[in-house]
Structures are given as structure tokens and as C-alpha cells.
Ligand binder design. Structure first.
Ligand code: AMP
Length: 383
């Protein structure tokens, strides 16, 4: 079976690496000339909304998926009418707009922080009334890795409501006066993500499978480290709550494929931050750390096959390699290290690869993780 993947980045590459042993072939739809997935299958090189490119991409495919959530809506609908596209355009539409996403969470009883929409300067006063500072202003669309957002602190300079309005106004100007969401700043004790997969075989008992909850640490808005099982959830209570929320979301969207939902852990429980309708960076540890990786299970779901076990092989820690090319030989000197490089050129803030450490017990990973953290030279963007 040939599977079409919109996008040829590192997630496409890892889908290819997981699918080739199962006999899948791949066709990637990707506008850039040199992409990480190039070694794994045929590349249709065209802009994502190019009709001729889409025709060439869709020809003789029975199913397709995507590896990033900014696929143009028209492209998703065009594909969905001709072949089996998973996750669906509906799931994509929810994930593409932070206001729609938060409304979907709220409608399902999944807790979210206070939010307000800003589409014109006239909305700012009402938004500030609904969402007090500290807050985060984010573009509704196209933000990733902390891009397109500004943290607005309630410092001593913000003495009154008028000051807060002025602060939001200048942040909105900086973000280009595009439609934005103003969110309360959440004081969290940890960040976690729940990765789950739902297959097409709805009559089947193992319809939805969950990976263990993963705890995530970001630096400058970019994922730095993921640990599983999540150290902040020794009793499994948070995982049970997260899984109940994600199951609700997947059922409501009639979802097929892997989904990742990121949550803030607060003293009052979980608060949903965002969903990704695709394989996710916080699930990269599953390649080495799970019986079946998120990439393989996504393909199995999209192709209508049985899901594989999501059980862990032990404790895992994943550390991203960002910005500067790592010295691979040094990384490999660290016990338990599995190195994954994406074949990308070095650039500030760019994810170039990751290292996963696995061992039977979490405490065995403390020292190797510290060594990898030192070796993972960080070169973060300024924003
Ligand atoms: P996002 O692009 O929404 O995933 O945001 C990237 C990171 O910024 C998150 O993982 C958090 O560390 C931080 N962040 C985003 N939104 C908020 C918020 N409302 N309150 C506190 N921190 C946030």
C-alpha cells in the first residue's frame, strides 16, 4: 500500500522509517527542494495549494495523512473528497485556530483558562476585562514552537486597566494585527502531553489506545525534554484524567490516527493548552521506548489496520537537538542513548534531531540525561 503524506519534514521522515518495514511505500507532498523525508519515498515538489501538484500527489493513492497542521483547508477538503484522509479536515480545522480549539475543549467539558478573541483594535478593551494580566497573546493561526506569541506580565508598570490595554495593544501591533487569542497566563507546576491513537476499526474493542502520560519541559517555547512515565504523576491520577479528556475529544471528532493534547498541570488539575492532529515531538521517545511507536500506530490507524501495543519498554527521556549540529560520536558515548538525526542543516531554533534514553528504571536515566543535556548545544531564537 502506498500512503500519501502532506509534508516532508522530520515527522514525515519518521513515518517513512516506521512504515517501510511493514511494506508501506510513501509519497510526500512537499514544496521545498531538500527535505528530511526525501530518502523515504517519492516527493511531489509543489506548493501545498498547487492543483497540478495535488493531482500528481493523489493519483492512485487510497489513503493519505499529513505531518503538520497548517495544511491549507482547501487542500485537505480536496484530498478528503478523493481518498481517505486521516485525521479528517474537521480535526485539522479545530487545531488550526486557537479560538475554535479552545471552544471545542470547553464544549466537551475539558478545562481551559480564560480566553478572549481579538480581531480588531476595538476588541482589546473587552478582552482585557475578560482576561486579566498576566496573559499570553497568541496568533490564532500558524504559531508553532512559541512563535507568534507574547507573554504580557502584570509588572509594576501596569498599574491600571488602561496600562494593560496599552500593553496588549502594542503586543498586538508587534504580532502584525492579525486575529489573536488573549489567554490567562497559567501558573503551572508541570506540562504534560497525552498521546493517543484511534483506529478506523470502530467495532474493534481496542479502538483507542493511549501512550503513558509524558512530562515536557520547554525552553524559549521549544520542547527541550520529554520524560515518560511523567514524574509529576506518580499515582496515575493525571493520566486517567488526561485520557478521559482525550477519549472525549477523539470520539467527538470521529478521529482516526495519532493525536497529542498538551496540558498544564496546576494545583486545580489539568488545563488543556492545545491539540496536534498528528504525530508529536513529545512522542518521539516511543520509537525506542514503546512496543509500537506513535509513527507505526499512526500508519496502522490511517491504513485501517489493527493497532499495536502502546506499552512501554521501560522509562524514557527524550532530549531535542536544536540549532547547532551535535557531535554524534560524543552523544553515542552516553549509556542508553539512541540518536536520531533528521538530515537538516543547522540554523538557530531549528530541530535537527533528538536523543532518546531508555532504561528499566527512571533513576538509571538521571546521569545520562544530564550528560546529553550538556552535549545538546542549544541555539535558541530570540523572540
Ligand atoms: P504553545 O505554542 O501554545 O504550545 O506554547 C508554547 C509554550 O509556551 C507552552 O508549552 C508553555 O510553556 C508556554 N505557554 C503557552 N501558553 C501559556 C499560558 N497561557 N500560560 C503559561 N504558559 C504558556
Amino acid at each position: 500500500m502506498k500512503i500519501g503524506v502532506v509534508g516532508g519534514g522530520q515527522l514525515g521522515r519518521m513515518l517513512g522509517l516506521a512504515g517501510i518495514p511493514l511494506g508501506f511505500q510513501f509519497r510526500f507532498f512537499e514544496p521545498s527542494s531538500d527535505c528530511p523525508a526525501a530518502a523515504l519515498g517519492e516527493i511531489i515538489r509543489a506548493p501545498y495549494d498547487d492543483p497540478d501538484g495535488l493531482e500528481r500527489f493523489a493519483r492512485d493513492l487510497s489513503c493519505a495523512t499529513y505531518e503538520f497542521e497548517n495544511v491549507p483547508a482547501e487542500t485537505a477538503h480536496w484530498l478528503d473528497e478523493r481518498l481517505s484522509l486521516a485525521p479528517s479536515p474537521k480535526a485539522l480545522a479545530v487545531a488550526q485556530d486557537r479560538i475554535v480549539e479552545k471552544a471545542a475543549f470547553r464544549d466537551l467539558g475539558i478545562p481551559v483558562q480564560a480566553t478572549a478573541s481579538i480581531t480588531s483594535a476595538a476588541d482589546i478593551v473587552t478582552a482585557v476585562r475578560a482576561v486579566a494580566l498576566p496573559a499570553v497573546l497568541k496568533t490564532r493561526r500558524l504559531g508553532y514552537d512559541g512563535k507568534g506569541q507574547r507573554v504580557l506580565r502584570a509588572s509594576s508598570a501596569v498599574a491600571c486597566n488602561a496600562d494593560a490595554v496599552a500593553l496588549v495593544q502594542s503586543a498586538w501591533d508587534e504580532l502584525g494585527r492579525v486575529p489573536c487569542i488573549l489567554e490567562s497566563f497559567v501558573t503551572f507546576t508541570a506540562e504534560v502531553s497525552q498521546i493517543a491513537v484511534r483506529s478506523r476499526r470502530r467495532a474493534h474493542a481496542a479502538d483507542i489506545a493511549f501512550y503513558p502520560l509524558t512530562q515536557n519541559e520547554h525552553r524559549s517555547g521549544i520542547l527541550f525534554k520529554s520524560s515518560s512515565p511523567a514524574p509529576c504523576d506518580p499515582t496515575g491520577e493525571l493520566a486517567a484524567q488526561a485520557q478521559a479528556y482525550v477519549a472525549r475529544l477523539m470520539e467527538s471528532l470521529d478521529y482516526v490516527g495519532v493525536i497529542a493534547v498538551e496540558f498544564f498541570v496546576t494545583t486545580g488539575g489539568l488545563i488543556a493548552n492545545e491539540m496536534a492532529p498528528r504525530v508529536h515531538n513529545s512522542g518521539h521517545w516511543t520509537i525506542d521506548g514503546s512496543v509500537t511507536s506513535q509513527f507505526e500506530n499512526h500508519l496502522r490507524a490511517v491504513a485501517g489496520l489493527s493497532l499495536g501495543s502502546t506499552a512501554s519498554r521501560g522509562a524514557s527521556v527524550m532530549i531535542n537537538l536544536v540549532g547547532r549540529a551535535p557531535i554524534v560520536a560524543r552523544l553515542l558515548e552516553v549509556p542508553h542513548a539512541h540518536v536520531h538525526l533528521y538530515g537538516k542543516g543547522a540554523r538557530a531554533g531549528r530541530k535537527l534531531g533528538h536523543v532518546t534514553l531508555i532504561a528499566p528504571m527512571a533513576q538509571d536515566l538521571v546521569d545520562p540525561a544530564a550528560q546529553i543535556e550538556l552535549l545538546a548545544a542549544w541555539n535558541l531564537p530570540s523572540h
